[in-house]
Ligand binder design. Structure first.
Ligand SMILES: [Zn+2]
Length: 84
């Protein structure tokens, strides 16, 4: 892995951080906390290493067999409310 990668979208500098990833799977929403990623300081695009992204793919295929650390309530707003 190179130390100084730049954003593919805007050429901004990337910063290594732990982030929360939201994944929509059909009607379900799961959140994976504290994943190591590179985030663009300019546009906020997330980049995962090949290793992390293949582990995320593997996890998503079988997340239903895993026990979540916790549940959070997620408010849902209709488009009508958002655009009012
Ligand atoms: Zn960028």
């Amino acid at each position: 892995m190179k130390e100084k990668d730049l954003c593919d979208l805007c050429g901004g500098e990337l910063e290594h951080k732990k982030i929360d990833l939201e994944v929509h799977i059909q009607k379900e929403l799961i959140i994976c906390e504290d994943l190591p990623a590179d985030i663009c300081k300019q546009c906020g695009e997330k980049y995962f290493s090949a290793d992390v992204s293949s582990k995320i793919d593997r996890f998503i295929k079988r997340y239903q067999k895993k026990k979540p650390s916790r549940y959070i309530p997620v408010p849902v707003f209709s488009g009508e409310t958002v655009l009012k």
